[in-house]
Design a protein around this ligand. Structure first.
Ligand code: HSE
Length: 379
C-alpha cells in the first residue's frame, strides 16, 4: 500500500511515526503547507502531486475542516484511490456524496477514526446492525469537554482556566467552539446514527448545546443533587421510524458509567432489540489513539476486509425531537416562562419538557441573558 498523507498536524505526525516502523505501508508523499525538517524529500504543498501519482493507491486525509478536505477527498475517490480519514466535520456534512462516490468507484472511504478515536466502535456498530435492529446510540464522544467537566468537578476550578489546560494537551479542535459548543459531538452523533439506523442524519437537525456557560456554582449545585455533568450526544430510533438526536450537557447519576469517565476518555453505548445494551470506552482523542484508528482503516483495506464500513444508508431520517422528554436544570437571569421549581440565584429545575422545546427556549433566553446555561437531567 502506497500512501499520500494530507496534513502533518498532531494526528498526521502520529500516523507517519507508526507507519515508518512498518514495511507494508509506505508513505510516498506528505502534502502540507508547512515544511518539516527531515521530511523535505516527501513533502509537497501541491495536492496534484498526490492525485496524479498512479503509484499512490490510498490517501490519508488528516487536514480536518471542510475545505480543502472535501474537494481533495472527492478528487481522490474519483481518481480511484481509497481514502482514510478522521474528519468528522466534513464527512458528516457530505456523507451521502462520499459514500456513494466510493461505491461507484469501487474504492473504500474509511472513517473509523472519526468517532470515538481509538475505540473500534463504528466498526462494531456496522456488524451489530447486520444482525439486530439498533434503537439507540449515546454517550460521551468529545474528549476535550469531558476533560474540562471532569477537572471542574473534581478540582472546583473555573471553566476558562481548565479550557486553557485542555487546549495545551492537544485534544481540542483548532476552533475551540467546535468542542465547547458541542459541534464536534453533533457531527459524531450524526455519523454514528447513520451507521446505526441506515438513514443519513443531517448534523443541522441535531439539537445541540455545549458547555461554554457552565460555571463553578453550577457544579456545586450538581454535587448537592448527587449528579455529575457530562456532555452527552444521544440518538434514538422511535417506533414510527423517526429519529430523535441531540447533544446537550446532561446531569447523570454520580454512580453511573458516564460519571466515571475521566479526562479525555469517551464512552459510547449502543442499544439493540436483540442484544440489549453494550458500552464501549477508551481514549477518544489525541495523537496516538486517533492515529491507531486511522491505521486500523488502512490495515482493513490492505487485508481485504470488506466494505462493511462503506454502507449506503437509504434516504434521510425524519428527525423529531418533540418525542424525547426529560426535566432540565436551567440557570438564567431571564424568566424561564415554563413550569419549573426554583433553586435560588436564577437556577431552576423544569418539569419534563421536550428536547425541541428546551433548545428553542434556551435560544430565546440567551437573547436576554447570554450566559444562560441548561443541562438535561437523565438516568
Ligand atoms: N476535539 C475532539 C475531542 C478530537 O476532543 O474529542 C477527537 O475527535
Amino acid at each position: 500500500m502506497i500512501i499520500g498523507l494530507l496534513g502533518l498536524g498532531t494526528i498526521g505526525r502520529g500516523i507517519y511515526e507508526h507507519l515508518e516502523k512498518r514495511d507494508d505501508i509506505r508513505v510516498k508523499r506528505i502534502c502540507d503547507l508547512l515544511r518539516h525538517p527531515g521530511l523535505e524529500h516527501l513533502e509537497t504543498s501541491d495536492f496534484r502531486e498526490v492525485l496524479n501519482d498512479p503509484e499512490i493507491d490510498t490517501v490519508v486525509e488528516l487536514i480536518g475542516g471542510m475545505e480543502p478536505a472535501h474537494t481533495f477527498t472527492v478528487q481522490a475517490l474519483s481518481a480511484g484511490k481509497n481514502v482514510v480519514s478522521a474528519n468528522k466535520l466534513m464527512f458528516s456534512h457530505h456523507m451521502e456524496e462520499i459514500l456513494t462516490l466510493a461505491r461507484e468507484k469501487g474504492v473504500q472511504y474509511r472513517y473509523d477514526a472519526s468517532v470515538g478515536g481509538s475505540i473500534p466502535f463504528l466498526h462494531n456498530l456496522m456488524r451489530h446492525r447486520s444482525a439486530d435492529r439498533l434503537t439507540g446510540v449515546s454517550g460521551i464522544v468529545n474528549g476535550t469537554t469531558n476533560l474540562i467537566l471532569d477537572i471542574m468537578q473534581r478540582e472546583g476550578r473555573s471553566f476558562a482556566d481548565v479550557l486553557k489546560e485542555a487546549q495545551a494537551q492537544g485534544y481540542a479542535e483548532a476552533n475551540p467552539s467546535a468542542d465547547i459548543d458541542g459541534i464536534d459531538a453533533q457531527c459524531k452523533i450524526a455519523i454514528a446514527s447513520a451507521v446505526a439506523y441506515g438513514q443519513y442524519v443531517r448534523p443541522e437537525d441535531v439539537d445541540t448545546a455545549g458547555i461554554r456557560h457552565i460555571d463553578a456554582s453550577d457544579i456545586i449545585r450538581f454535587k448537592g443533587m448527587d449528579r455529575v455533568c457530562r456532555l452527552i450526544a444521544r440518538s434514538t430510533r422511535n417506533a414510527d421510524g423517526s429519529v430523535s438526536a441531540w447533544v446537550e450537557p446532561t446531569l447523570v447519576p454520580a454512580d453511573s458509567a458516564e460519571a466515571a469517565i475521566r479526562l479525555n476518555n469517551n464512552i459510547i453505548t449502543v442499544e439493540g432489540e436483540y442484544f440489549g445494551s453494550q458500552s464501549f470506552t477508551g481514549q477518544g482523542a489525541g495523537k496516538d489513539p486517533t492515529a491507531f484508528a486511522v491505521e486500523l482503516g488502512l490495515r482493513d483495506i490492505l487485508e481485504g476486509v470488506g466494505p462493511r464500513m462503506n454502507p449506503l444508508p437509504e434516504g434521510y431520517a425524519d428527525v423529531d425531537n418533540a418525542r424525547a422528554e426529560h426535566p432540565y436544570y436551567l440557570r438564567t437571569a431571564a424568566a424561564p416562562g415554563v413550569p419549573a421549581k426554583p433553586l435560588g440565584d436564577g437556577a431552576w429545575i423544569t418539569e419534563p419538557m421536550s428536547v425541541r422545546d428546551m433548545h428553542a427556549l434556551a435560544k430565546r433566553l440567551a437573547e436576554q441573558d447570554e450566559a444562560t446555561f441548561f443541562a438535561g437531567i437523565c438516568g
